[in-house]
Design a protein around this ligand. Sequence first.
Ligand code: AMP
Ligand code: GLY
Length: 423
Amino acid sequence: MKVLIVGSGGREHAIAWKAARSPKVEKLYCAPGNAGIAEYAECVDIKAMEFERLAAFAKEQEIDLTVIGMDDPLVGGIVDVFEAQGLRVFGPRANAAILEGSKAFSKDLMKKYHIPTAAYETFDTAKDALAYLETAKFPIVLKADGLALGKGVLICNTLEEAKAGVREIMTDRKFGEAGARMVVEEFLTGREVSVLTFVDGKTVRTMTSAQDHKRAGDGDTGLNTGGMGTFSPSPFYTKEIDAYCMEHIFQPTVDAMRAEGREFKGIIFFGLMLTADGPKVLEYNARFGDPETQVVLPRMKTDLIDAFEACIDGTLDQLELEFEENAAVCVVLASDGYPVSYQKGFLIGGLQKFSEKDGYYVFHAGTARKPEGIVTNGGRVLGVTAKGENLKAARANAYKAVDWITFENKYYRHDIGKAIDEV
Ligand code: AMP
Ligand code: GLY
């Protein structure tokens, strides 16, 4: 098979790495890809939002399967464009990707189908939102309706902060048109867990669980980022919780989408809060998580291409989905200053020390190949993943491997996976 992956981050590197292990794949392409992905795939210089060019490429090269890694093209309807041209593609259509594309849509869906989530109100004007906040309880959570690179969520401790937040999102449009509507939501407390699932329209199958670390600084301080590190599995996500979520959250979500005429095929990423009142949905994503994928796929035994095909063909109930009985930790190496401002172009050393057979992986997020070697080319630069027989061992291995990598401005959190000490 010829397979094309659309995207360019650490997540797509992990997808490309795993896809390349499938005996079914004879040739892998990635658009636009990055310097790490280029090890397994031919990188093609077409951007993820250039749907027509991507479809033309897929036709020309007789691509058998295209896999969409990123949220923007999914929400923008890339799957519809490919399908209209008879091309086989993995991911939800636009009418289903709205599960991630509009927080107001997903909240209304959960309310209608009694799926546990935080209480909320939706607003179309700053004036109405501000009036509502006058009588609200704090802390409170403000969310831009649309896609905002995972940054459109503000947790506000006081009325003053919340008022400033409404101005940022709705008046100043800091997140662009994503802020034309806003969801104001009850603040939940508990453990967060990410559960990635394969969905074929009817059946939903969970992958192993993971936990992200969204804040930039140690001890969950500083600004929200795309994700600074992950571990898998989450020791807090027990078999009992998984069974509860399947009955009350996962299957009901898939059934609700079908009942709404929005059949979902692809990945649903359930962002959950394990509250004292049980698990509740914080958010849905319509794609693999980044950097959750960098700890989940290295532990997956099943052929990834088989899983993609089962989702497309509606045969997921027959798939044997298996994960290793070990653990993995991913520490993101960023450029100092991320997520605000940072320099790029520094030479990276130590990449050759990683050996996958020993359970060490380095996934590229923001890198570029230059004549002098591989250089930093983004805020999040690399994801260093290590496996171990348990979380403690995986964490020790991951931090050992973090030291192998050198570049000027290297920044990372020192406490990825620290929560497991409490178990
Ligand atoms: P989201 O993009 O919706 O996942 O939100 C980003 C992050 O904000 C989540 O990972 C949580 O840490 C936090 N968050 C979102 N919604 C809530 C909520 N209702 N209560 C507490 N924290 C939240
Ligand atoms: N790691 C969170 C996300 O992918 O949205």
